[in-house]
Ligand binder design. Structure first.
Ligand code: SF4
Ligand code: SF4
Length: 382
């Protein structure tokens, strides 16, 4: 699963304003409250008191990648100390007209109509994706590339009071008026750490920027609203994610304003419906004021903690499922032969307590909690 990375969760939606960022920062907040396991409580508080911001030795890392580079807003809730800022540039072609033979090849290979050979070779930098194809294929080697700044990549970290771990944040800020978001989003996406929990806040919609952000994640959480518009946008996002071969699960936000069509859609497509976040004036007030609900309201801390558990369970389950299908395809040995060393892996940085919790009766009784519609990981671990 993604090389050395343990869990990568992307969060997407078919349209803006559904609550993607709310889900992202709340999941990060509850994860940061856990020490080596998912529990919170005095042990965690004590540990937090002994640590200083930035001291992450021995911790499982928690990282948010805010790929919504046109409107990044995770930082509003996390209020991180930003320690790094780098310009992000893409290479755009510059043609040496004196050597150009007007062969037209550059115009043919450019998929974005960003270079137009004619009497002169015209370049439209704002359309250029910096793919380098024209320069690479020019038979006269008369195209050189010059950098064009499209935005800034910033990174830093935050720690909530009482949390055990820092939350690392990377986001991109697109230049005003810049049309090309994908190269910057890809740069942000490329900052995923080598281990720990990575939460990717993708841009809304189903653009190539969204696809680039979600790509290669272990699970995509689709956040939606229980309305006809919400269902339409959910369908679009679900289809896009499915095409990438990424498993998805749904979180309904503002539950209570619509009807049961999202539930029916999830049932008919066998998509786990992880939770329903109620329409709640207090939650809305906190979000509008830049607070993370799970840091303020115990009810939401429990709810997002449960969602995090379900997410990690699902990732583990999918991982186990793909391992077994690979094993069953490749296996020539006796049934039930031992798993290869390390196959238990790594998806469970904090998994030691999950099996105990998942048997807890109070789990399904909490507000907003939805049982996943797939078998629990315990059965797979037996
Ligand atoms: S490919 Fe090179 S030589 Fe051909 S038109 Fe373009 S710049 Fe000129
Ligand atoms: S670098 Fe790629 S996108 Fe840009 S002009 Fe050349 S072929 Fe087109």
């Amino acid at each position: 699963m993604n090389g050395g990375i343990e869990v990568q969760i992307s969060i997407a939606s078919g349209k803006g304003g559904t609550g993607k960022t709310t889900v992202a920062v709340n999941l990060a907040a509850v994860a940061a409250r856990r020490s080596t396991g998912p529990a919170s409580g005095p042990r965690v508080q004590d540990a937090a008191a002994d640590r200083r911001p930035g001291d992450t030795t021995g911790e499982t890392k928690i990282q948010i990648l805010d790929c919504d580079v046109e409107e990044p807003n995770c930082h509003i809730y996390l209020r991180p100390e930003l320690t790094q800022s780098v310009d992000v540039e893409i290479p755009v072609p510059q043609v040496d007209e004196s050597r150009c033979t007007r062969c037209g090849l550059c115009g043919e290979v450019c998929a974005f109509h960003a270079i137009l050979p004619g009497k002169r070779v015209l370049v439209f930098p704002e359309l250029c994706h910096g793919c380098g194809a024209c320069a690479h294929l020019c038979p006269e080697k008369c195209i050189r590339e010059t950098p064009r700044k499209v935005g800034v990549l910033e990174s830093g970290s935050a720690r909530f009071p009482g949390s055990y771990r820092d939350i690392a944040l990377v986001h991109g800020i697109l230049n005003p008026g810049e049309a090309l978001a994908a190269p910057l989003a890809k740069r942000v996406r490329g900052e995923a750490g080598p281990d720990g929990l990575v939460i990717i806040d993708s841009p809304p919609g189903t653009s190539c920027t969204m696809m680039a952000s979600v790509k290669a994640s272990d699970l995509c959480l689709l956040v939606t609203e229980p309305t006809p518009f919400g269902l339409n946008d959910l369908r679009l996002a679900y289809d896009a994610v499915k095409k990438l071969g990424i498993p998805s699960a749904v979180i309904v936000n503002r539950a209570g304003i619509g009807d049961g069509r999202i539930t029916r859609f999830c049932e008919s497509n066998d998509i786990p419906l992880l939770a329903e976040i109620p329409l709640d004036r207090e939650m809305a007030r906190l979000s509008a004021a830049g607070y993370v609900a799970a840091e303020v309201l115990p009810t939401y801390r429990s709810l997002f903690s449960e969602i995090l558990d379900s997410v990690v369970d699902l990732v583990l389950e999918k991982s186990k499922g793909s391992e077994s299908s690979v094993r069953s395809e490749e296996s020539e040995g006796p049934e039930g032969s031992e798993e290869p060393e390390g196959s238990e892996r790594s998806v469970r940085p904090e998994g030691s307590e999950r099996s105990q919790r998942s048997g807890s009766p109070e789990r399904s009784e909490r507000p907003g909690r939805k049982e996943t519609q797939t078998p629990r990981k315990e059965a797979l671990e037996q």
